[in-house]
Design a protein around this ligand. Structure first.
Ligand code: PXP
Length: 246
């Protein structure tokens, strides 16, 4: 199981103090150092989201990680012409297309691929043609999986936010949706990833979902890093993930 570590929150913390002073050598914490620490802890890839409003990661952060860090880079981005241009110049190993505005979001919060197939298909083709493998961040919804496969996306990242934030019967129902979506993706030969709200406490339940090959995890790792350091927090998660048979 691959572990992608999302380090957006490191940039969020830096922006809280230095948003208007990024040129200063003392602007901290360093996104590059965070990527290095994640690598030391056993991250298989680095995930960062360059948002349209640049609220955390900046273009230069993405370029620096691409240049300096010897791990695959997974760029999360909105499906817009401006972000496409940026991704074409950055050439990340992976691009995960995510919703940024209300009208792009499905009921649960994934990208509404089914409603935007005509628009998304050429974008996926352009990114793939430029050497970036593309995933669609979608709800665990069979229709969204089918739409993603139909537009040529080789990977989907299933939104686990609802799974993570429910308990009991609701968690079981959401797990069943994840199982159905992952199974359908596998039938289409689409690689299955998962992300959002994953924590050590819910890994055991997530382990019921078949065909998962990658987890993208951010918040809980950074939260834990406040107390034990980033490399140790990544190692702790990596060990917890590796302890399960996927
Ligand atoms: N995957 C995607 C597409 C995301 O947008 C996020 C949240 O930024 C994550 C994974 C990581 O979620 P979390 O920070 O809750 O672990």
């Amino acid at each position: 199981m691959h572990l992608g570590v999302n380090i957006d929150h490191v940039a969020t913390l830096r922006q809280a103090r230095y948003a208007t002073m990024l040129h200063l050598p003392n602007a901290e914490p360093s996104v590059l150092d965070a990527a290095r620490a994640a690598m030391l802890g056993g991250a298989d890839s680095i995930t960062l989201h360059v948002r349209e409003d640049r609220r955390h990661m900046q273009d230069d952060d993405a370029r620096a990680v691409r240049r300096e860090i010897a791990l695959p880079l997974n760029l999360e981005m909105g499906a817009t012409p401006a972000m496409l241009d940026f991704a074409l110049s950055l050439k990340p190993d992976f691009v995960c297309l995510v919703p940024e505005r209300r009208q792009e979001i499905t009921t649960e919060g994934g990208l509404d691929v089914a409603a935007r197939m005509d628009e998304l298909k050429p974008l996926v083709a352009a990114l793939m043609g430029n050497g970036s493998r593309v995933s669609m961040f979608i709800d665990p919804d069979v229709a969204q999986v089918e739409a993603s496969a139909a537009i040529g996306a080789p990977m989907v990242e299933l939104h686990t936010g609802r799974f993570a934030n429910t308990q009991g019967e609701e968690r079981a129902a959401e797990t069943a949706r994840l199982v159905a979506a992952a199974t359908r993706a596998h039938e289409f030969g689409v690689e299955v990833h998962a992300g959002h709200g994953i924590q050590i406490a819910n890994l055991q339940d997530l382990n019921n979902v078949p065909f998962l090959t990658e987890l993208n995890i951010g918040h809980t790792i950074i939260a834990r890093a406040v107390f034990i350091g980033l490399s140790a927090a990544v190692r702790e998660m990596k060990d917890a993930v590796s302890a399960l048979q996927w």
